[in-house]
Design a binder for this molecule. Sequence first.
Ligand SMILES: [Zn+2]
Length: 366
Amino acid sequence: MKTGLVFHELYLWHHTGNHADYIPYGYPVEPLNHSESPDAKRRIKNLLEVSGLYEKLFKISPRKATKDEILYFHTENHFEKIKSLNNSITVDAGITAPTGIGTFDIALLATGGVLEATDKILEGKVNNAYALVRPPGHHAMPNRAMGFCIFGNAAIAGKHALKNKDLKKIAFVDWDVHHGNGTQAAFYDDPRALTISIHQDRNFPTNSGLISENGEGKGEGYNLNIPLPPGSGVGAYEEAFDRVVIPALYAYEPELIIVPSGFDGGAGDPIGRQMLTSEGFKSLTTKIMKAANDMCEGRILMTHEGGYSAATVPFFAHAVMETLANENMGIEDPFQNIIGNLGQQELQPHQDDLIKQVEKLLKKIK
Ligand SMILES: [Zn+2]
């Protein structure tokens, strides 16, 4: 089994500037770092190197996506706007999406990296791949940047697979703590993509990601949202996977599974309120891998999205990549025991009720 890794130093050079978390600075807000800084991502790459896992991964070199490829999902207006901002610093190029010098070029390199990973998987060069790219993509909408995201990396990879690689059906399992609204929008009326997002109930975007958003037209039934209550732990996530995500995948039988992978569902994230652990992320990865092995020769593409605790995120990401690669580097997550023993890690009744509501939608998937 081979696992691919997409990475480029320039991904860390996308500069989100001074903010306080995601709020622009300026009196009375003292300048601080932006939530979406390179720190967590740099530390993932560093942990992969010091554990030795980096050496075992198949390196996939990114390229810049072309304009035509960006237009698989975005409007020309959005492409030209981000291009025009390439030499300027903006506080906000959309909704909470700052850009720095060179962001346009780096965003093209992020999308292109994800496209290269898609090709390597579909050509059989690797079984699965993790695209450690930046800026992230799952909130970007056709006509605007949004939520730290510039271009919809995962959505564009899906469009590419359907358009150019002759796939008939693909599935997305977005486990970022925020709703994968961009990916949902990209395929909302398209039955060729099953889009699933498991996230914290109405965190970001505001009032987005409700159970009632179930697809429309020919895509009716093929968008599933699982808005878990804040405070959900490993038990709630595992139940939601066992009872909704995995049965949905088996009912649909995709030829490729794309996972917009945010680690902001981990305990301690500054802008998420869930309680996942390394062991939890490992367990969710194993469940998706089993489904992928049964249905689509193990083809899984993970695209990096959020995850803002620079201390814990590298351990979550390392655990996921070890699982994808079927390796054990002997790295113990020093946070595992502390956050794994938090109260209410097991399924709670109000979380069970929510999962029951989504289970009712499974019968619409054919
Ligand atoms: Zn997120």
